[in-house]
Ligand binder design. Structure first.
Ligand SMILES: [Zn+2]
Length: 158
């Protein structure tokens, strides 16, 4: 039987991360208040590190017409594309804060975001490290966005 396994790193707190990864996570946390999430009251923020070291941030933007809500990840990818056209995002830190509870575990990107993150990886031929943390608690690091979208759809199938 074929098997698919993924591996990821789990750190008890950001203090255990490298300076670079901790800084990216801090950059995401710093922009959480910018989240426009009056309906879900679920703030999400992301910070992307580009190939040249530039850090670009983004957050979720909701809308009274609910399907138009935009996740933090595509906002961040779009900001990166606008500010540094043609440059790959090589790492993204994503963090969340809920008005309803203290999230002490990382929240994973939704399926739509996984698709967009892996398309970015395919487009640039570079893996994007993901650094995930809730409001507090452990930090999960995945070496590639593709790790959390096994058997994903790609342009190879078109
Ligand atoms: Zn999403």
């Amino acid at each position: 039987m074929p098997r698919h396994t993924i591996s990821y790193e789990s750190y008890a707190s950001p203090e255990e991360l490298t300076t670079e990864d901790r800084g990216l996570l801090q950059a995401a946390k710093a922009v959480l208040p910018n989240s426009y999430s009056p309906y879900s009251k679920f703030k999400v923020a992301a910070a992307a590190r580009l190939e040249d070291g530039t850090i670009v941030t983004g957050w979720n933007i909701e809308n009274a017409a609910y399907p138009m809500c935009i996740c933090a990840e595509p906002v961040t990818l779009a900001a990166a594309a606008s500010q540094r056209p043609g440059m790959a995002v090589v790492a993204m830190a994503i963090t969340v804060k809920s008005a309803n509870q203290v999230l002490d575990q990382p929240a994973s990107p939704c399926g739509s975001c996984r698709q967009q993150l892996t398309e970015h990886e395919s487009r640039f031929g570079k893996k994007m490290k993901l650094i995930l943390q809730g409001e507090e608690g452990p930090v999960f690091i995945f070496g590639s966005a593709g790790d959390i979208l096994p058997f994903g759809f790609s342009a190879k199938q078109l």
